[in-house]
Design a protein around this ligand. Structure first.
Ligand SMILES: [Cu+2]
Length: 124
């Protein structure tokens, strides 16, 4: 009787250990995908944006926007925007893109987008 209980406990312990191993094997992938992060440098001037890359993978993208022009500009994408930046100022904008697609960006100062301060950022 005692032996039966002991072997049942041993079997349960082995099953629990096997489950723990299976979970441990799955976990690293989950942390890997959430760690994806792209950095994009954006230079704003009259009247254009120059980006060091125009595409990124889905996930978090950190835009570092620097005003290298003479007058004030900002940078808006996917409903988020930086503060107004005067000459020489910079700001970072952290945006999470959950879907692939083409995301327009622009300067919101009246007349600037139509003068050339706009473009499209692609998420793949
Ligand atoms: Cu502008």
């Amino acid at each position: 009787m005692k032996t039966k209980i002991l072997s049942a406990l041993a079997a349960a312990a082995i099953a629990a250990a096997a489950t723990a191993t299976a979970q441990a094997a799955v976990r690293p992938q989950a942390t890997h995908s959430s760690a994806l992060l792209a950095r994009v440098n954006v230079a704003a001037s009259e009247f254009k944006f120059v980006l060091n890359k125009k595409t990124a993978r889905r996930g978090v993208v950190v835009f570092k926007v620097t005003n290298v022009g003479k007058i004030s500009h900002d940078f808006e994408i996917s409903g988020r925007k930086t503060k107004m930046l005067s000459h020489g100022q910079s700001a970072t904008l952290r945006v999470t893109f959950l879907r692939k697609g083409h995301y327009p960006y622009k300067c919101t100062v009246p007349g600037h987008a139509i003068a050339g301060m706009k473009g499209v950022f692609t998420i793949t």
